[in-house]
Write a protein that binds this ligand. Structure first.
Ligand code: SF4
Length: 277
């Protein structure tokens, strides 16, 4: 039996390790999760449920109202897994309905919905780095018959995603499709549909992918080293990024009270798995 060590990484793991090793320890090793999941996060999950239902129904041959009804039925059923308040569920469902009105049958003929992949990124005699993820949609663009990888993103503010993203590089590498489209699903109440629901295409050449692979391996090996040596350097330049690191309270206290504070403010969740949102 082979005793080769297998390390599983996904884009979320790479992002976290690159952002802050201590954050990676708290979330990926200690599995700390806030007592109450952030509302926007849960709304994002619900939006993904509706969208997955919408494209799966099309893949199953449904069109028009039957397709939308099926997606809403599935989204509502899955929403019971979440702790969202009813008004927030209704808000997401309403925007999903607006999305359906705006895109109609849509430009994508779905090939795969919520497609899981696991593919070796690196392998030597002792170590395999297995990259994995779940892709929202792989669809053939009916305008030119070209397969595209589509990533749905619920947003509350107009934002321009950047092509230098571990997630998009990894999806392009895993599928061997050059074209990645960000399917921006805006939750802004005041914007017209054509500004809320935007498609942002990016294209990745093999040379770009090759360079990403080199650095992804570097960061994955560094994550292994951190864990083997129990060394998790904090990166204070990441604490206030985006809406702020969820562990700021833990880092803003002394070492000896950190464990106690963690036990009060967080619970231990499940091992991170890209297949569960
Ligand atoms: S608060 Fe800052 S140092 Fe602490 S885990 Fe978060 S990013 Fe790292």
């Amino acid at each position: 039996m082979s005793d080769k060590r297998i390390i599983r990484i996904d884009a979320h793991t790479l992002n976290t390790v690159q952002s802050c090793a201590r954050e990676a320890k708290f979330s990926l090793k200690d599995l700390l999760v806030p007592m109450v999941k952030a509302e926007h996060l849960e709304m994002g999950i619900l939006g993904h449920y509706f969208l997955a239902g919408f494209y799966q129904a099309r893949k199953d041959g449904l069109k028009g109202k039957a397709r939308v009804d099926k997606a809403i039925e599935e989204g509502r059923l899955k929403s019971f897994e979440l702790s969202l308040e009813p008004d927030k569920r209704i808000e997401v469902e309403k925007e999903f309905f607006n999305y359906c009105l705006h895109v109609g049958e849509d430009i994508w003929e779905p090939m795969e919905v919520e497609a899981y992949f696991a593919k070796p990124l690196y392998e030597d005699d002792e170590l395999m780095i297995l990259a994995e993820g779940i892709i929202d949609l792989v669809g053939k663009n009916i305008k030119d018959d070209r397969p595209e990888v589509i990533d749905h993103k619920l947003v509350w503010r107009k934002s321009e995603p950047f092509m230098l993203s571990n997630q998009f590089f990894m999806y392009s590498w895993a599928t061997e499709y050059q074209n990645i489209v960000i399917n921006q699903f805006g939750m802004q109440k005041t914007l017209p549909p054509n500004e809320k629901f935007r498609r942002l295409p990016y294209s990745y050449t093999q040379a770009m992918i090759d360079e990403w692979i080199e650095w992804a391996i570097y960061w994955a090996k560094l994550w292994v080293w951190y864990q083997d040596n129990g060394v998790y350097p904090p990166n204070y330049t990441s604490c206030d990024k985006f809406s702020g690191c969820q562990f700021r309270d833990l880092c803003s206290t002394t070492k000896d009270t950190r464990d106690w504070k963690a036990s009060v403010k967080f619970k231990v969740g499940k091992v991170w798995d890209p297949r569960s949102r």
